[in-house]
Ligand binder design. Structure first.
Ligand SMILES: [Zn+2]
Length: 200
């Protein structure tokens, strides 16, 4: 039995791929969109098309960007001797929103999760080591969620970076609740965690 015309069903299927959106919610979204004017629908479609055509990754920090290098990496005022390592681009935005960090970033592309096949080789770890070898760094801040995968990733990186004895390696201060998410941590808490970062 076909419930909806294929065009509608296709869009429902596409929305269902998004996190937190089940088939029922996807259905509701699609029927909501049907009530939009042609202009509104065109703008929505264009925003989505622009996403795939205009967004690239910065070849230096691996953040999502419209420019390569990104605005942060090409900013002369940023302290290139300090690198904040984060799992994902949205963690970078969370830290940027605190205005506390004036260095540059390295987006690892995820956290270690061997059960789901995320091994160090799947992350931008080699690129991080290369960056350290090529630049005169003073500090590397590991800014990961205080959960199991985040902790495992920090432990892995700590060992990986051990040979670079001249570089200070720090992590965010305790204070962020265990299991919390950088992305959803309020700016003051995150700003304090960054300000009071400690050696590991
Ligand atoms: Zn960049």
């Amino acid at each position: 039995m076909i419930k909806f015309p294929p065009t509608i069903q296709n869009l429902i299927d596409q929305f269902s791929k998004l996190p937190g959106i089940g088939p029922k919610t996807a259905e509701r979204l699609v029927f909501y969109l049907l009530k939009w004017s042609q202009k509104e629908k065109d703008e929505f479609a264009k925003a989505l098309t622009d996403l795939s055509h205009s967004i690239t990754h910065c070849s230096l920090c691996h953040n999502i960007s419209e420019n390569d290098p990104c605005l942060i990496c090409s900013d002369q005022a940023r302290d290139k001797a300090k690198i904040c390592v984060v799992a994902e681009a949205h963690d970078l935005s969370a830290i940027e929103n605190t205005s506390e960090f004036k260095g540059v970033y390295h987006v690892l592309g995820g956290v270690l999760d061997p059960l789901h096949g995320i091994t160090p080789q799947k992350l931008k770890t080699d690129q991080l080591v290369a960056k350290i070898q090529e630049n005169n760094l003073t500090e590397i801040i590991l800014a990961f969620n205080p959960d199991m995968e985040g902790e495992a990733t920090m432990t892995y990186l700590k060992n990986l970076l051990k040979p670079f004895t001249k570089i200070k390696i720090t992590r965010l201060a305790r204070g962020m609740p265990v299991g919390s998410d950088l992305e959803y941590t309020d700016e003051i808490t995150l700003s304090n965690a960054l300000k009071n970062r400690r050696d590991i």
